[in-house]
Write a protein that binds this ligand. Structure first.
Ligand code: PMP
Length: 393
């Protein structure tokens, strides 16, 4: 790949077709997709109704500028607000852009109150994206290193540490927002407890901080509810979505509620491609199929089954330290660095990913069924057995 900048080191496999949870490569080998293009293809590959809509919309209208009325955009905004219990939406093209939007909103909120250096609380181990502001908000040194100077205006605390937050509340007057992934995804599937999220909500209320929930990986039904914060019975002031929202067509969304609704005014923010008719029509169709096929309920049900099955079959495996997850966002934590398992699993026809040295991450499509769960667990067990053998040699 002489003409590609080296931002990725891809595996030597080329997929040519997909059907449901299965991908086929150029040598006609089949693979079970337990990662969904990193949490994107919620409906699986090649969903017939979704494909039909893509053909219809591509033949009708793909792009007009936000300078004109876009009914698909308005309809999608209405649908998202209904599903997420939010008020308003800005559309972008990716998760990073959706989070940039949220960060800009928080700064506007602070600057309106004449707070010098408005600061956003973020967490250790967080991942919010690759743009300069979002990588500065992220808690992974490897995504930041070499890109200094980082964006200022972030303060970092350990994930789940309510006392650290309380201390900040007492000692600082420049905090305007708190940004959190309810489950840290790239960080290795660390699940914020419901009580922590509830305490965070209280703290944000008491100190007038905007609560920004980054639901780019957890949202759109992955954990069994439309938003992950619903499990804790709380609402955020700002929610960001992307990844699976249009099942693989580029889109990002920043949703607001209450005080966050009126911060932007014309010309304060924008996007050439964000909110285009094609992406919005495909997101609308994705949401329609998720509702029609009860895929959020399926995510909850099959997620429980997958977690149970992983625990039963792998909980005592010599390589495995623990298994955890919520809905269809799961991790098998290994006792030692497990990157080689990715290639071993690929050989056995299973797609997984290792976002942190000891963590195998599973993000299967929401359409998964019990027979596929069994196959995923079988293939993972075989792969871990092979990995164990390699380690002992
Ligand atoms: N936030 C979270 C929680 C994510 O998981 C990701 C992507 N892994 C992003 C933000 C960035 O999204 P994108 O890659 O679409 O810019």
């Amino acid at each position: 790949m002489p003409h590609l900048l080296q931002t990725y080191d891809p595996l030597h496999v080329t997929f040519t077709e997909g059907e449901g949870l299965w991908l086929t490569d150029d040598k006609q080998q089949r693979y079970l997709d337990a990662i969904s293009g990193i949490g994107v293809t919620l409906l699986g590959h090649n969903h017939p109704e979704w494909v039909e809509q893509a053909k219809i919309q591509a033949g009708k209208l793909v792009h007009v500028s936000n300078m004109y009325q876009i009914p698909e955009k308005s309809q999608l905004a209405q649908k998202l607000c209904q599903l997420a219990h939010m008020d308003k939406v800005f559309f972008a093209n990716s998760g990073s852009e959706a989070n940039e939007t949220a960060i800009k909103l928080a700064r506007l909120y602070g600057n309106r109150q004449h707070i010098t250096n408005p600061t956003i609380i973020v967490f250790e181990n967080a991942f919010h994206g690759r743009t300069l502001a979002t990588l500065s908000a992220s808690g992974h040194r490897q995504v930041q290193a070499g890109f200094e100077p980082l964006s200022s205006g972030f303060i970092r605390v350990p994930f789940g540490d309510i006392n650290a937050l309380k201390q900040i509340a007492q000692s600082r007057h420049d905090v305007v927002a708190l940004m959190i992934e309810p489950i840290q995804g790239a960080g290795g599937i660390h699940i914020a407890s419901n009580s922590f999220l509830q305490e965070v909500r209280h703290l944000c209320n008491d100190h007038h901080w905007l609560l920004i929930s980054d639901e780019i990986q957890t949202g759109v039904g992955r954990t069994g509810k439309f938003l992950c914060v619903e499990h804790a019975g709380i609402q955020a002031d700002v929610v960001t979505l992307a990844k699976g929202l249009a099942n693989g067509i580029a889109i990002g969304a920043c949703l607001t509620k209450g005080i966050a609704n009126e911060l932007f005014t014309p010309d304060k923010h924008g996007s050439t491609l964000g909110g285009n008719p094609f992406a919005c029509a495909m997101a609308l169709k994705t949401l329609e199929i998720i509702e029609k096929e009860n895929l959020m309920q399926n995510a909850a049900l099959q997620g429980d089954l997958l977690l149970k099955s992983l625990n039963e079959r792998l909980g005592h495996h010599p390589q495995v330290k623990s298994v955890r997850g919520k809905g269809l966002m799961l991790a098998v934590e290994c006792k030692q660095p497990c990157k080689p398992v990715v290639k071993i699993a690929l050989k056995h026809g299973l797609l997984i990913n290792v976002p942190q040295p000891h963590i195998i991450r599973l993000l299967p499509p929401l359409v998964i069924q019990p027979k596929e769960i069994e196959q995923i667990v079988n293939k993972l067990e075989i792969s871990l057995d092979e990995f164990a053998k390699l380690q002992s040699n």
